[in-house]
Write a protein of this length. Structure first.
Length: 250
């Protein structure tokens, strides 16, 4: 019997360690703590377009051309090693009103916390050396994170940015232009965050889809804004709610 006690204890201890390392405190906790955002509640007709894995010499440039045509702003979550190779595109993003954010240096999915922080810092240094801008927004590779990652990234001064779960276009799978367009046109609403990719492979379908998506929403009176603009919209909405509540009490 004694021989079974020690192995059982080790199994329980291992389970506790794994659970504490990979447990997810949940969306509500992280949103209330201000550590992660998925989308916002607002009555303003604003939507945030986000692009991961670039910059890519061809596809990012094509996307920037389309965004400029429709006076739309977006947030680009750049991979550090790609940014180093395309400094002109990074500067163009800022010059045309877009936002640059951090998406690690190598786009490696599974990393120890110390390795993740090192990659975030290296990407930050790369972005700063090219643009002179400091970014404080981070998106984990494939949206994967642990509690430990969130705490460490938050201590670095970053806010994690995910996306509206129903607006992952899956464009990296090349599902067809129509599927990408339908996903966004049917699902995007005020305060949503849309996930696209401008790097990591052939993104021609993304480029073609944007040509249909942007004019449709423009006709409906929507504006495409950066993540930082979206967060400001949330603050305005919250202040308005407070004012409305005060006026009712007065």
């Amino acid at each position: 019997m004694k021989k079974l006690i020690l192995p059982l204890f080790l199994i329980v201890a291992l389970f506790v360690v794994i659970k504490s390392t990979y447990a997810d405190k949940g969306r509500q906790y992280y949103e209330e703590a201000g550590q992660i955002m998925w989308e916002i509640n607002t009555e303003e007709k604003v939507i945030a377009l986000t692009f991961d894995d670039g910059p890519h010499r061809k596809y990012t440039a094509d996307i920037l051309d389309i965004l400029k045509k429709y006076n739309a702003n977006a947030t680009f979550f750049v991979v550090g090693e790609h940014a180093e190779k395309n400094p002109v595109l990074l500067r163009r993003m800022l010059d045309e009103g877009h936002e640059i954010a951090n998406h690690t240096y190598t786009h490696k999915r599974k990393m120890r916390t110390s390795e993740l922080i090192a990659e975030i810092r290296k990407t930050h240094e790369t972005i700063y050396s090219i643009t002179g801008e400091r970014t404080k927004l981070f998106r984990p590779v494939e949206g994967a994170y642990t509690d430990e990652h969130v705490e460490a990234v938050s201590k670095e001064g970053y806010k994690l940015v995910m996306w509206s779960w129903h607006l992952d276009t899956l464009d990296w799978k090349s599902p067809g232009v129509k599927k990408i367009v339908d996903k966004v046109l049917d699902g995007a609403r005020e305060g949503n965050v849309v996930l696209f990719h401008d790097g990591g492979g052939n993104r021609q379908q993304t480029v073609e889809a944007l040509k249909e998506i942007l004019p449709e929403f423009e006709q409906k009176g929507y504006r495409f804004v950066t993540i930082s603009d979206l967060m400001e919209s949330k603050e305005r909405s919250e202040k308005q709610i407070e004012l409305d509540a005060q006026n009712k009490n007065d």
